[in-house]
Design a protein around this ligand. Sequence first.
Ligand code: TLP
Length: 348
Amino acid sequence: MADTVIDVIDLRSDTVTKPSPDMLRAMAEAVVGDDVFLEDPTINRLQERAAQVFGREASLFVPSGTMGNLSCIIAHTRPGQEVICEETGHIYNYEMGSMSAVAGVLPRVVRSEDGIMNWESIAAAIRPKIYYRPQTALISLENTHNMAGGTVYPTRLAHEICDKAHDAGIPVHLDGARVFNAAAALGAGVAEISGKFDSIQFCLSKGLGAPVGSMIVGSREFIEKCRSIRKMLGGGMRQAGVLAAAGLLALEHGPGRLHVDHENAKTLAARLAQTPGITLNPARVQTNIVIFDIRKSGRTSGEFLKALAAKHVLGLPVDNTRIRFVTHLDVSSRQIEAAATAAYEVMK
Ligand code: TLP
């Protein structure tokens, strides 16, 4: 009997994409060497290219966004200091408390509207320079903001925060896991929108479509510091050019198609907003993330997602009544329509 292929529509995350045939070929053909000896030509090429795209001196290939963010936090801080970050941000909620457990720093959490902090609330969280108070060593922004629903920092605001932070002698890190989505939504380049940050982490393995990997971007001096930190964290990889080859393709071809994911997210949001039991303002969907509330339906996220999975559509619970759907290159507009129909059938 022939196997039945079930068309699962996986909207849990843009991390779920599988490498394309072209990507697999590039990985198989990659020229590799030992990167701890700086001898992997494909990794070196990826690092040069990422630095060039961001208009910076250097960049470093790291296994994950989590390791990228943590390496930057360690490089910018000393134990006992503080990092200002947003209350629902990834570094505070989804990275195992690594800034405290490993870097020895305290998160100083700021509340915001839609994940987008303003200078006034950041300034209020900066510690006075008194010798017995913990000192603010770093400010970290997230663009796009994941759990606020893929929201985007207006470039002028990001620039203003960086300028004022620098005036106060504080560096600013960008968790730019999805910075290319932000750039696509703003109709600008990543170099322009991230130009004033002291360090940037971006993911190759999300909307850009690589199976693994993130990059840290910054000055040559900063990147050399991060190279040692990466080794300390166990991220010194050897013939990882096979992964960098996928990253290179993702970096070249990924950004140009993100507007398709954004259009799919808008279509999905518009359909979900008309579904009984769902609360969602589709006008707030800016990029590839759609978060909605099902409180009105009287069901929990777990119950809704279980019923949806029976129709071969997968999503992620944000909390007991909120769900996240993420569009990406492995879901077509036809599948988006099918997912919205499945959600409607579950709710009606
Ligand atoms: N985000 C994942 C989950 O961890 C929630 C996802 O599915 O969205 N910064 C941001 C803003 C992220 O969204 C993520 C991953 C990371 C950092 C960490 O990247 P990885 O998973 O490569 O460590």
